[in-house]
Design a protein around this ligand. Structure first.
Ligand code: ATP
Length: 365
């Protein structure tokens, strides 16, 4: 008999709204580029990530594929061959969290091929790496600031290209490599290089809860969950289903979401004004703002979406002195948002006046 393992529900996490939102937005569009969560131990970081994987709908995969290929998306070399032979079968699988151990080697990350075995036994010689397991799942790197720089580069390159190549002596296997990247770090143990910071889509700072009521609620919920996980899960089931549906709808809506040229210009202006060099900033703000619009059931981006997206996508891309924590110039941002809103109101009023004039003219005709 299979024993059902219950995961602490995402919707039962008390507070930590920014972290939850950043994770949800990446679930809506993984191309946002992941989340770096900075903060103290024991603040629900790993609980939230495990809960997200459990909350998200199952993924459709090619049966038996070590890379979880999407039958309707990009295929690995093995699945391509299967498709040609008409042997592609599909199945469904729950998403999972793949942990990257701190001491992981390049071979362990990328995967390996035993050439001698490959010649004798074909594909059995393949040893898929962490990138294979992570494809279409969540890749979780605890204490990313302690990870070897070279391993981070390998990972982030694969994530940016969306492909990983396992290669030995001229024999190659290429497979899709898309995942929601979540890194955590305790800033007291050292900062990340700016180049690496820039490769994380979003960043959030999590702090321990400072409200007594919230902390008591955490104790009660965690104890209740431990005593009877099934009953606790049932209690949150409706809320979990609602959130899952909302994410599914947002994914469907995402391609239809539009952003005005005025807002695009505004985003670039803010980035320049804040001294942010990397174009990844502007691109990530747009993707995040679109995901926010879709999450709110809209097909257009508003200035408030842009503001919220900037608070998640810009702080770690601000220029700063060594050892200073990443921070957003909130006052400057607030001022520019207000100016944009005022200008927009003025433009709208003028448009309304023109409309009135046109109506009057038409009536006099
Ligand atoms: N806001 C919260 N809501 C619900 N449970 C919480 C909250 N904050 C902490 N917890 C509980 O506290 C415990 C520790 O949380 P968790 O393991 O997720 O911490 P973490 O941030 O990943 O830290 P670490 O890196 O030490 O693992 C868990 O039992 C978790 O359920």
């Amino acid at each position: 008999m299979m024993i059902m393992q219950y995961i602490y529900p995402f919707t039962a996490i008390v507070g930590q709204e920014k972290m939850k939102k950043a994770l949800i937005l990446n679930a809506i569009n993984p191309k946002i580029g992941g989340v770096l969560i900075r903060g103290e131990k024991g603040t629900a970081k790993s609980t939230a990530v495990r809960a997200l994987a459990d909350l998200l709908p199952e993924i459709e995969i090619v049966e038996g594929c070590p890379f979880n290929c999407d039958p309707n998306g990009n295929l690995c070399d093995i699945c391509k061959e299967k498709k040609k032979r008409g042997e592609l079968k599909t199945t469904k699988k729950k998403m999972k969290v793949v942990n990257l151990p701190i001491g992981a080697t390049e071979d362990r990350v990328i995967g390996t091929l035993d050439i001698e075995k490959a010649i004798k036994e074909g594909i059995k010689a393949l040893e898929p790496g962490i990138l294979a397991e992570a494809n279409r799942n969540i890749l979780y790197i605890d204490e990313v600031n302690l990870l070897d720089d070279h391993i981070i580069d390998v990972l982030l390159d694969a994530a940016a290209m969306g492909w990983n190549i396992i290669e030995r002596e001229g024999v190659k296997i290429k497979h899709p490599s898309r995942f929601i990247l979540v890194g955590t770090m305790n800033p007291e143990e050292g900062e990340l290089r700016p180049q690496i910071l820039d490769r994380f889509g979003l960043m959030v700072d999590v702090e321990g809860l400072n409200d007594v009521k919230d902390r008591v609620e955490v104790i009660k919920r965690v104890e209740e969950f431990n005593e009877n996980p099934e009953a606790f899960y049932k209690k949150f089931e409706e809320e979990q289903n609602k959130l899952r549906e909302r994410i599914i709808k947002a994914r469907e809506l995402l391609n239809k979401v539009e952003i005005s040229d005025d807002l695009l210009e505004f985003i670039s202006k803010v980035c320049i004004e804040l001294g942010i060099q990397t174009n990844r900033a502007d691109i990530t703000v747009v993707r995040t703002a679109k995901a926010l619009a879709a999450y709110n059931g809209r097909t257009y981006v508003t200035i408030d979406d842009v503001k919220e997206a900037m608070e998640l996508a810009l702080p770690h891309r601000m220029r700063r002195k060594p050892f200073e924590p990443p921070q957003l110039n909130k006052e400057k941002l607030e001022q520019m948002i207000n100016e944009f809103k005022q200008q927009n109101n003025k433009d709208n009023e003028e448009k309304e006046e023109h409309k009135d004039d046109d109506v009057k003219k038409n009536m006099m005709k």
